[in-house]
Ligand binder design. Structure first.
Ligand code: PYC
Length: 313
């Protein structure tokens, strides 16, 4: 299996170029469902140790079904598909440029949640125009065991997020363990309280905000991803969900820029335009760098060829 790895603002992406699972015919949504139902072991073997690690997001590159799209892609982690992934879309654009498949300029990618547009500024800098993002619930209160009450918003940015404005723990790299523990507990509390996204969807990302460290940034975040890892980047879909909340609260005007800093200090510049359905169309600009171009080997004699699963508890 040929893969190209990159990182976007520190968050890694592995694009499967050749040798991925055969998904058969159908729409991208149907093929994404088949990837999750029938090939999640392959996904796990691509992103987990010993070939990867729990923060790695996979991107299965497929031929586009539409003439106006440069590529189709299904994002995945070790557990499931991701509807959209901002950092991986930036990583994919930079990977396709590295391969000579796209030039600087505007391109469209098909994803299971819709068409996203990218503007490749140069070999490393990309703006992603994401799917329409919106806030579903404002100021939901949940009781979190051992921590007390938390108030947050439920918003969609291509994935479902619970966004908490004022983190009680400083958003520093030294606090990654306690921040992870807290956000896992918040996510469990949402589940036990029956707080979901639209149509009962699992809220699989939790985002905490606090003051930035850089004088040029507007905010700093910590983002828990579905598999339990934290996002090293400010999270493209999380930034989109944040923009929906900032717009609804009247804090940010259309076209006005916001600089979102991650827990490791990397940044995205983000802004929005009004969407057609009452939400916002986010633009997320960041940088990615290719880190390797490799072939993954799956030796039948290797007891860990399917990846090392995280142990429960
Ligand atoms: O950038 O949207 C994102 C993302 C989702 C999970 C990890 N990164």
């Amino acid at each position: 299996m040929r893969v190209i790895d990159s990182h976007t603002a520190g968050e890694p992406t592995r694009v499967v170029i050749e040798g991925g699972p055969e998904l058969g015919p159908g729409s991208l949504v149907e093929r994404a469902a088949r990837l999750e139902a029938e090939h999640i072991d392959v996904c796990a073997s691509v992103v987990l140790e010993p070939r990867g690690h729990d923060a790695l997001i996979g991107a299965l590159l497929l031929p586009p079904t539409r003439d106006d799209c440069a590529a189709a892609v299904i994002y995945f982690n070790n557990l499931q598909n991701l509807g959209m992934c901002g950092h991986a879309t930036i990583g994919l654009a930079v990977t396709l440029a590295h391969m000579g498949r796209i030039e600087p300029g505007r391109h469209k990618f098909e994803t299971p949640v819709g068409i996203v547009e990218v503007l490749l500024h140069d070999a490393n800098t990309v703006s992603v125009v994401n799917v329409e993002s919106y806030r579903l619930h404002k100021e939901i209160v949940v009781e979190v065991e051992g921590y007390g009450r938390f108030t947050g918003d439920v918003a969609w940015g291509g994935n479902w997020f619970f966004l908490v404005k004022d983190s009680p723990i400083d958003l520093t790299a030294e606090n990654i363990r306690p921040l992870t523990d807290l956000t896992l507990k918040i996510r469990s509390a949402l589940e036990t309280s029956g707080v979901t996204g639209a149509d009962g969807a699992w809220i699989d990302h939790v985002e905490l905000f606090g003051p930035p460290e850089l004088a040029t940034s507007d905010s700093r975040n910590f983002v828990l991803c579905p598999g339990g890892a934290f996002d090293r980047s400010p999270c493209g879909t999380g930034c989109s969900a944040k923009l929906a909340c900032l717009a609804d609260d009247g804090v940010l005007k259309p076209g006005q820029e916001w600089i979102q800093e991650s827990v490791i200090g990397s940044t995205y510049t983000i802004s929005y335009q009004p969407g057609l359905n009452g939400g916002v169309i986010p633009t997320v600009t960041g940088q990615a760098f290719v880190t390797s171009d490799a072939n993954l080997i799956f030796n039948p004699a290797d007891p860990y060829r399917s990846g090392i699963r995280p142990q429960a508890g």
